[in-house]
Design a protein around this ligand. Sequence first.
Ligand code: HPA
Ligand code: ZN
Length: 335
Amino acid sequence: MQHPQLKSIVQEMPKAELHIHIEGSLEPELIFELAQRNGVTLAYPSVDKLRAAYAFDNLQSFLDIYYAGASVLLTEQDFYDMTAAYLRRAAADNVRHAELFFDPQTHTDRGVPFATAIDGIWRACQDGPISATIIMCFLRHLSEEAALATLDEALPHRDKFIGVGLDSSELGHPPEKFARVFARCRELGLHLVAHAGEEGPPAYIETALDVLQVERIDHGVRCLDSAALTARLAREQIALTVCPLSNIKLRVFDHMGQHNLLELLDAGLAATINSDDPAYFGGYMNDNFLAAFDALPLGLSHAHRLARNSFVASFLPEAAKQAHLAELDAYFAAL
Ligand code: HPA
Ligand code: ZN
């Protein structure tokens, strides 16, 4: 029997978001506002026409429009406004803590200084209303030399980000392409994550773990294609930052009823729910939770476990982690 208040519980419970590309939170309305503010001409005549173009066949068809959307970001204030809007929206979904991906190369390759982007995002993180940290992602369709150069540019800002990740076009760009830059980041004491097993095979998840030595896998849903890998992820409790609406929009699964989230949980994996690129995929954290809970036979214990996993897998200091977990457990104990 499903708990009668399951939906409101899922919305109200405290949670952390670990997989959000901040450029993917740029809503069409804000894209138009920033384009106007900066005198940038867009290929779309209206907000509605832009939104109508958000019909994707796969990851690449999304990335093409996502990079075009990010082209309106020019000033530090633009990056601040984008981030502040996301943090307000996340707070409304009872997200207590967020770890934000950003793609510096998307901006530096357009002539926007690294400092402009990170300073705007970082300043918004300091202003709240929730706790937020930054993870810088390397674009995997570009070379490892470009990633190494980006790391050099980032080092003067070392105190503003907690880790590095790997995103953009997965197929044909396996994690091991970035072995040297991730080794350097590890020596620098940065946290390490990578997108793997979204469209790519289980082998990409394995090399992300074995060659890059990442602490979490972003997406990772294709791990179930390998029984040995699934058993390892369960044994080592490697967190997967799963993004249900993203997976449907990018056709990783045909519809939510076919999503493998419940199988991941049943296999004992440390799965979490996240929004990925909420402005493009039809929803923020609670939209993702509700879409999954509507379509799949998930109950109260799954909700509690997903929220627990999100704090456990976060890169928060241990004391903050325990405080969030205590608040979460008290919320469920009081039901
Ligand atoms: N996958 C890979 N790269 C990305 C994504 C994603 O879902 N979103 C933004 N960059
Ligand atoms: Zn992603």
